[in-house]
Write a protein that binds this ligand. Structure first.
Ligand SMILES: NC(=O)C1=CN([C@@H]2O[C@H](COP(=O)(O)OP(=O)(O)OC[C@H]3O[C@@H](n4cnc5c(N)ncnc54)[C@H](O)[C@@H]3O)[C@@H](O)[C@H]2O)C=CC1
Ligand SMILES: O=C(CO)COP(=O)(O)O
Length: 345
């Protein structure tokens, strides 16, 4: 059995570290908040800085982590005895990471995904990857997603988020674990909708970044954002999600935050592409994860399999593959198949 107040965080990048800080600063009454947070970092110097100096200078320079946060370099050690295991590594590495901890996961542990990507090759959402690799029942899984730029949260700026689980009790438990003076979790049971909102907004932010790189103004960006929300909603509904989720924090909220913020890695990657870099060069120019570039092929594949039209994602897939010349990007962003006329967006 596990200790419900010990939380493991797999991944010591920007969101894993900021989330560990959120957990450590929860103002929920005991025993709803965590007493110990054990992060897993692949690099010994990062683990040492977190444990000894209470900071992660590479990802969150100048931010102090609570003293109840420490880090280890062995993922299995991090999860041993933990009542809650938070997954905060890039989507394409979630499956291999889970395989290294599966044998050490407590049979009653709840797994929480912070990850906003689909797995290439399987089109799997992270709830599906966790269920497959860890044999989790739906009540032992939750996803946290919303307008949650890690650096703003680490600085203590107020934000809201969504905790979704098939089990309302699990969602409420994870919400209590995170709730604090500047972090306000809402709960729902729409795991599919919350996951898809977080995944597709990265691709729409790529397109908005391209608008920036091309010197386009706010009409173009608002059109891309609005049409982007429409195609996100179509995919979410086709996969069993609730359209109402897309009007909330995990849909529109995250889309607006990511598309508007210069902190967004996906928007930044798009801006690089819009000025003429290839997707590979854009990734190389940044040190952090841009999930939209990695996930777009799986999104498009899933959409086609379900007969869902996603014109912006289709274009971003071609852009990432290097199939579209930069001087055609502006014209193609809002291009539209005439047979789609009459639909709302
Ligand atoms: N940074 C943010 O503002 C937010 C990020 N997210 C999502 O959280 C997830 C993690 O993103 P970030 O923390 O931002 O990424 P990051 O790029 O800041 O850090 C990624 C972490 O994963 C580790 N990692 C990289 N490759 C790995 C591999 N092959 N195996 C295991 N670990 C590996 C890195 O060492 C690092 O600790 C992504 O899905 C992202 O979309 C969600 C909300 C906010
Ligand atoms: O998910 C995020 C904000 O909610 C972070 O977006 P980026 O990954 O584009 O930085």
């Amino acid at each position: 059995m596990s200790d419900p107040r010990t939380v493991a965080v797999l991944g010591a990048g920007s969101w894993g570290s900021a989330f560990a800080r959120v957990l450590g600063l929860s103002t929920s009454p005991e025993p709803a908040r965590a007493s110990e947070i054990v992060m897993w970092s692949r690099r010994a110097e990062v683990a040492e800085a977190i444990t000894e100096r209470h900071e992660n200078p590479e990802y969150l320079p100048g931010i102090t982590l609570p003293t109840c946060v420490r880090a280890v370099t062995d993922a299995a050690e991090a999860v041993r005895g933990a009542g809650v295991v938070v997954v905060a590594v890039p989507a394409q590495h979630v499956r291999e990471t889970l395989r290294t901890v599966c044998a050490d996961l407590a049979p009653d542990a709840v797994v929480v995904s912070l990850v906003k990507g689909l797995e290439r090759g399987t089109d799997a959402r992270m709830s599906q990857v966790c269920a497959e690799e860890l044999g989790l029942s739906p009540d032992r899984f939750a996803v946290v997603s919303g307008p949650n730029l890690a650096l703003e949260i680490a600085r203590g700026e107020p934000t809201a988020t969504v905790v979704a689980s098939a089990s309302r009790a699990t969602a409420e438990r994870i919400a209590a674990l995170t709730a604090g003076r500047t972090f306000r979790p809402y709960t729902n049971t729409d795991v599919v909708g919350v996951e898809i909102g977080g995944v597709v907004k990265n691709v729409i932010a790529l397109a908005v970044g391209i608008c920036d790189g091309q010197g386009l103004g706010d009409n173009s960006k608002a059109s891309v954002i609005t049409r982007g929300l429409a195609e996100t909603t179509r995919l979410a509904v086709a996969l069993g999600g609730d359209p109402a989720t897309m009007a909330g924090l995990a849909g529109l909220g995250d889309l607006v935050a990511t598309c508007a913020s210069p902190l967004s890695r996906n928007r930044t990657a798009g801006r690089h592409i819009g000025t003429g870099l290839s997707a590979e060069e854009a990734v190389a120019a940044m040190s952090q994860t841009a999930e939209g570039i990695k996930s777009v092929s799986a999104i498009v594949h899933a959409a086609r399999a379900h007969g869902v039209e996603m014109p912006i994602s289709e274009l971003m897939d071609r852009v990432v593959a290097g199939d579209v010349a930069v001087d055609r990007l502006a014209e193609l962003l809002l291009a539209r198949d005439l047979k789609s006329e009459g639909r709302t967006a």
